[in-house]
Ligand binder design. Sequence first.
Ligand SMILES: [Zn+2]
Length: 575
Amino acid sequence: MEMPDFWDQEADASLAARDEAAGRLAQLFRQLDSIGNHGAEGYSRFAWSDEEAALRVWFAAQMQRRGFRVEVDAAGNQWAWFGEPSAEHPGVTVGSHMDSVPGGGAFDGPLGVLSAIAAFDVLRENGWTPRCPIGIASFHDEEGARFAVACFGSRVLTGILPADRALARTDADGISVREALDGFAAKLEHVREMQQSGLDCLSDFSEAEIGAAFADSHAPEGQAADLEYLKRSAAHIELHIEQGCMQSDLGAPVAVADAIWPHGRWRVDFEGEPNHAGSTPLDRRHDAMLAFARFVQRVREEAAAAPDARATVGRVEVEPNGVNVIAAHVTCWLDCRAAKAQTVVDIVHRLGAWLAGSDGNGLENSGLKGAGLGGNGLDGVTATLTRESWTEATVFSPELRDALVQAVSAWGDDATADNAKSHGAESGGAQLAAGQSDGVELRGEQFDDAQSDTAHNGDAQSAVEQFREKESANSQAVHSAKDSEPGNLAAAHRTTELAPVIGTAAGHDAGILAESGCAAGMLFVRNETGASHTPREYATLADATQGVYAYAAAIHDCADRVAAGWRPRSVQGER
Ligand SMILES: [Zn+2]
């Protein structure tokens, strides 16, 4: 079994030895490591495979050992419950997913499930008794690697992906979801055989534990939506490795998410005229490829000039696609996303205006005249811009987001404070105050209307000051309330760091839940490389441990609030 080298690093090994949460998290990762591990090619853990069978049994065994009851919902997601949740007495749920893309990293998904387990352990070992039910979810097929639908399990459960369409999806070999579900018992049987001849991930469990775990790892009979099931949760919190580098830039080991960015996709068709690559003089060409090339450059310039925006041309088709033929027709696809929908609209509007000038009416826009490439703008090439898809921002529950910021900012870990310093940051707050707030929003009054395009405007400096004043008042109240409680980790792990609030441009199960009207929120753990969906994805054990303490703080605080009747509102969808 090859271990990912980060667990072997000296700093992580010494942290694992002296910090119980770190040691526990490292141990959980080690147990899972052999499942779908292809060494330098990363991890591949797909829907209804042997790997998923092993992961499901492992999850059930871990949770049952801790006194949780494990259930499989109508869509195939696994839920472990501590306590008896109902719509009248809902609990707090946490978790993420354990599947991967082909050749994925160790963290995207498992970090959220394993950190939830470690956080629960930390709380229990400190004498905590939850005042409301606690659920830990392992969502099925979040990456959609096999059936090409991301967040498969949460989409089916919420009804966003209708059951009949889910069952009919097929994989690359033509196997349908229906057939994969029917064949899953054989996968479990295979894992049972492997376990009997010694399977790393299950070697820690007794035969009785293994038997009970297999019983709660089955596939569902079919696929069905069950929004009633989700009423067992008053607040759902997913922890995930950041799929980007905002937190590295900020020196923030843990951040709170406010929204998944809105995004859209456009097709651009350039119509030129095919002709001979040798005999056609430059000034008599209608070259669709040249127009396309100028457009790609323009896309980058527009995105770079806009706040918190990404724009990409990643796919292109050329006709006739001959080495010695001037391109007659080029089709490309533009993907554009930003923190604010209006930013995307503005970028695409400007690109459209630029393209409209490229048919010969807007020489000043094309820039080609000055470049001496012809006296006729884009040489008579016409362009059409067509929108193919648009997805609104998914806004997480603002009340839950604020509760998470408060919980996470009040608790911390000394080791992580050292770690943050080693990243060149005194604190997240100092970074923000210094104006390095690119892509980061501060929680506060300016965000009351979370869906408003103007909600993010305002003076960052004064927002930071207001935020700090409020935060200091909040923290004092929280600290004095907590200091007398059992299960209080604040004394050992408190810092004064503020958790920044950031957006994400990637989809998550928590986003699907939010879309369907559940109060959902997210915590992110810093990704050292900023890379995702590759084995290069990387969180230090120090940061991941900070994530565990943040999760513990969030579970503790939210459970107390929910037990007292708190029901954070979702800002979208109906339940
Ligand atoms: Zn993920």
